[in-house]
Ligand binder design. Structure first.
Ligand SMILES: O=C(O)CCC(=O)C(=O)O
Length: 343
């Protein structure tokens, strides 16, 4: 399935649709749990005082805390059943993820990551997007915040569609090729507010001066397909216009030792397999440092640098046109590494 043609498409576009990743039984199981959450949500709506038009979000509905063997606190479980757990190490997507996150030529893993760690990828967080089917009388759907993603990002996302996304429906959209800095520059050079005015829909329009060297794709997919995209790519949510529901799951992975959102999962869950636990567990040491807006003081292990940490990733290993991952470090760490030969 993951052959040179798909690799080439992914390298050129920054995303690729991997067809038929989930079979009908998996889809049924995933949709059953989804249905259950929707029913509970609808039952809650009158109590919450919301009305029909409010954007429907299931995220963060169910959270609870547990603590792992290192004393790290985990929160959140959201949609959880065997079918959801099995997505953590989906047999089609996992080898692909290990390659694009483990081989530094793709620009996600730092070039100085030792070979032995290359296959130890981590699920950093997951998201769930839902949209009810739309009628012509419904008001505008606003989509999201605007195009985001940067060529020096290091995470990769599996987008599982639980319902088919057809032509013009909306959902995942991206600017093809902008995971490469030379193409991103074409956006940066464009006059006008390109982040929000990137696509023609019933409610939005593309800038008239859009550079057609960097076309926008409204990505279609069948239920069971997985859209694999690199977060280097400029992407966003296109307003939903489909008459059917949008049911999409996002599983976001990082290379070993690279902090990103660090949502944290309960790795004590007895229902997880050993492999799933490994994929959910935090790395024991790091090649970058956490975001400044998080407090890691209670979890010093989450800030311990790997002995091979460097201030930047060697770009000579990259495929043509790609960017290395940005190695986020504090000024103090940077100075220390430079003085110690980690420059
Ligand atoms: O709705 C979508 O498919 C886009 C999601 C997105 O922007 C993201 O995952 O960062």
């Amino acid at each position: 399935m993951w052959d040179d043609a798909m690799r080439e498409t992914f390298a050129r576009q920054g995303y690729v649709v991997v067809p038929d990743v989930l079979d009908q039984q998996q889809l049924d199981e995933l949709n059953d749990v989804y249905d259950q959450h929707l029913i509970e949500r609808v039952a809650m709506r009158p109590r919450l005082g919301t009305d029909e038009k409010i954007r429907f979000s299931i995220r963060r509905r169910e959270t609870y805390e547990t603590t792992d063997r290192h004393g790290n606190t985990y929160e959140g479980r959201r949609f959880w059943s065997k079918a959801y757990r099995d997505l953590i190490d989906n047999e089609t997507m996992l080898p692909i993820l290990e390659e694009v996150l483990g081989d530094s030529a793709w620009g996600h893993a730092p070039a100085h990551m030792p070979e032995s760690l290359c296959s130890q990828i981590r699920l950093d967080h997951d998201n769930i997007h839902y949209k009810p089917g739309r009628k012509p009388s419904d008001g505008p759907d606003k989509g999201r915040s605007g195009l985001h993603g940067r060529p020096d990002s290091w995470h990769v996302t599996c987008v599982y569609e639980l319902k088919t996304v057809g032509p013009g429906d909306g959902g995942f959209g991206c600017v093809v090729g902008t995971h490469k800095p030379a193409n991103e520059q074409k956006l940066l050079d464009m006059d006008g507010e390109w982040r929000t005015n990137f696509v023609d829909t019933e409610w939005t329009s593309q800038l008239p001066n859009w550079d057609q060297d960097v076309p926008v794709h409204r990505v279609e997919a069948r239920a069971g397909d997985c859209i694999l995209f690199t977060e280097k790519l400029k992407h966003d949510t296109i307003p939903w216009a489909g008459s059917g529901e949008r049911r999409t799951l996002f599983y976001k992975y990082v290379p070993f030792g690279m902090h990103h959102g660090d949502v944290a999962y309960d790795t004590n869950d007895p229902e997880l397999t050993e492999r799933q636990k490994q994929i959910l567990e935090f790395s024991p040491c790091w090649f970058n440092e956490p975001r400044k807006d998080r407090d890691y003081s209670a979890n010093p292990a989450l800030t311990e640098l790997h002995p091979e940490a460097r201030v930047e990733s060697d770009p000579s290993v990259l495929m043509p046109g790609m960017s290395p991952p940005h190695i986020r470090l504090t000024d103090e760490t940077r100075a220390r590494l430079m003085n110690g030969g980690g420059g």
